[in-house]
Write a protein that binds this ligand. Sequence first.
Ligand SMILES: *Cc1c(COP(=O)(O)O)cnc(C)c1O
Length: 439
Amino acid sequence: MGPVDAAQLLDLDRAHVWHPYGPMPGTVRPFLVESAAGVRLRLAEPVGGHDELIDGMSSWWAAIHGYRHPELDAAVRGQLDSMSHVMFGGLTHRPAVELASRLVELTPEPLQHVFLADSGSVSVEVALKMCLQYWQSVGRPEKRRVLTWRGGYHGDTFHPMSVCDPEGGMHQLWGGVLPRQLFAAEPPAGYDAPADPEYVAHLADLIERHAGELAAVIVEPVVQGAGGMRFHSPDYLTALRELCDAHDVLLVFDEIATGFGRTGELFAADHAGVSPDVMCLGKALTGGYLTMAATLCTSRIAEGISRGEVPVLAHGPTFMGNPLAAAVANASIDLLLRQDWRTEVKRLESTLHTALAPCAQQPGVADVRVLGAIGVVQLAAPVDMAAATAAAAEHGVWLRPFRDLIYTMPPYISTDRDVAAIGRAVTAAAVASAAASAS
Ligand SMILES: *Cc1c(COP(=O)(O)O)cnc(C)c1O
């Protein structure tokens, strides 16, 4: 195929390329990105009069240091000079060993063993497999159901889908296909809201009654992301830890979105000071450069599995431990920890508060909330995607709303001016969406 221009590329895209949650052929024309640097996406064709858009999404939580960061670029280039990939069965290498050791050091102390997977969904598959196989191995195969609370999101492959919110996760499409898990009600909203004893009693009742068949509880700690961008009190994590201990159920924290400082602590589990038995990391792990995720577990789980009838963890992706991804993950973690990330995230939190405050007064806005470097505007009706995206682009900002939510999690390097622009764009998107739904 010869060189093609932007219009031809977009035609080919529409005809042949699936996009996330998209129909075929595509109905909404995507923006064609030519390059990206810092917090800006450079477009092949101007949109809303802008050649560049400020990225309000960090490419879905991942690009915490922005694009083309010199240190991250250098890490990938340096690794290219020694090897891009080798299989991980029977072989090992420095980037992966260093990364795994770093993750063990950074995460709560009981987490000692690391499985490097190739995407977040796969890391959740591995987390659930670890839990189910643990109970198999210790002679309790009947413990194979999973409990979660509603409003969650854990990925798009089948076992993770089974613990996504039943409505948001489109479970009606998959009756008879998905394993039937147990659902508690959504955790009461509000990071600062004191724990509701009735809700804790509800969790206790479910865990107690089903302990005999429960392998694990899996939740997103503190922030439920793609399931609805809701925040809850860390006290519920403490309650879950106590209940799981009391009833011999494993606890899994899915920190794929919340990890690496986004909520104001390095990991959301740190808000509660509790450790899960299994933790999933992804998204920002490689600074948004390459796909990689990690599942960490305790020695109890690892030893249980390794003493079982099938004494191995039966999982091994082709691209497991990819050296390029591991090298850039190491560089991204170095970069994060070398700076005062806590102060930076605090700065973003207060700037987002100020930038989104005007939104609360707009008609059609139901709620505005901010936690760490996450800002959320919830509308009273589903977002008109076309109107909202166009309004944001006119303000020079890339946003990707979903359902009734216009939200942003900017790269940590965003300046106060960038965040102010994002705030104006979110407000404009909310206004445009409300006007479009009213007409
Ligand atoms: C994004 C996400 C996943 C899935 O990760 P992928 O890399 O998209 O497969 C799982 N859990 C949470 C909490 C996520 O935010």
